[in-house]
Design a binder for this molecule. Structure first.
Ligand SMILES: [Zn+2]
Length: 326
């Protein structure tokens, strides 16, 4: 790593976020967002990414020779070696074999490295966040879905074309509900934000004694994981039992992955992780009760500490390491 400053840029379904990162401090020193507008097609979207990064660097008062490189993430399957998207489910045309790296390099004239979005979050939390200082770590990012990542021996694990680390698709219930991936009973189907909201909805509809319904004025579409966390904090027994159940599902996924890689720390992040101890405590209890052969008390379960900046920081670190591929 020669340069001090790198750019991270996250291409999301709704927004493109770019941040200029100082890798001495691990801080995002300037950031800028724009709309993705994926219906405009890949050429327009990649052009908009390049323009966003150019204006970020210019407005921060930097010259391009101060920028060591750019890390870019996208929300789908990627070919990291070719620097291409393979398939992005939610984008029109699905971005099949789009040369994201080469196109951005042609616009920006600095090295560009691509990475899956949640692997970038994992790398950021490991380098500068809640995973700092351990050589082996798991990350679960729990939101609309559940993403993941694995660091082992101080390296982000990206084998099998970068699909290693898809912790949200660990099977918890072989007879469980169908998952977006096509499998049944993945932890994502049982413990993602929408799955948690559905548990709250079910409790209200069944007439269980809970404040969840009145908290949303019985507009049941407004029940979210956040509402159920608020209810639990107010002492609502139904809401507390929902978090215990969610924590047990995540806990079993943690155990299944931990038995393979033996992590020292497990970072839980994403919007649902804002529930804090409501979620972390039952995860720890599940490890204590069910992980018999590996010492549960040697695996720390912690909340992510970088919030929305984790991915941007991880991408900057990834670019500084030359995309980890050389
Ligand atoms: Zn799945």
């Amino acid at each position: 790593m020669d340069a001090q400053y790198y750019v991270g840029c996250d291409l999301g379904g709704t927004n493109i976020k770019a941040g200029l990162v100082d890798l001495l401090s691990g801080q995002v020193i300037a950031s800028k967002n724009t709309k993705t507008l994926s219906y405009e097609g890949h050429e327009a979207v990649i052009r908009r990414m390049a323009d966003l990064i150019k204006s970020l660097v210019a407005e921060a008062g930097f010259e391009w020779d101060q920028i060591g490189g750019i890390g870019v993430s996208a929300p789908g399957r990627l070919d990291l070696e070719k620097g291409e998207t393979i398939f992005i489910t939610n984008f029109p045309g699905h971005w099949i074999n789009i040369p994201l790296k080469a196109t951005l390099e042609a616009y920006l004239h600095v090295p560009v490295y691509i990475l899956n979005d949640v692997r970038a979050i994992t790398y950021g939390e490991w380098a500068f966040g809640a995973g700092k200082g351990v050589d082996c770590m798991l990350c679960f990012a729990i939101g609309t879905g559940i993403g993941g990542g694995v660091v082992m021996n101080n390296q982000l694990i990206l084998t099998q074309g970068g699909t290693a680390g898809e912790l949200g698709h660990i099977t918890i219930d072989i007879h469980g509900p169908i998952c977006g991936c096509g499998n049944y009973g993945c932890v994502e189907t049982l413990a993602s934000g929408p799955a948690i909201a559905a548990m709250g909805l079910k409790a209200v509809v069944q007439g269980q004694k809970t404040i969840i319904g009145e908290m949303v004025n019985y507009d049941l579409n407004k029940i979210t994981a956040h509402v159920i966390a608020k209810a639990a904090e107010a002492g609502d027994e139904v809401a507390l039992s929902i978090w215990n159940e969610v924590g047990s599902y995540i806990g079993v996924a943690v155990i299944n992955a931990a038995l393979v890689v033996g992590p020292k720390r497990v970072v839980i992040t994403g919007g649902v992780a804002a529930a804090g101890e409501l979620l972390l405590h039952p995860i720890r209890e599940t490890l204590r009760k069910r992980m018999i052969v590996m010492p549960a008390d040697k695996i720390e379960i912690v909340q992510g500490s970088l919030g929305d900046n984790a991915g941007i920081i991880g991408l900057a670190v990834w670019a500084a390491h030359g995309g980890g591929l050389n």
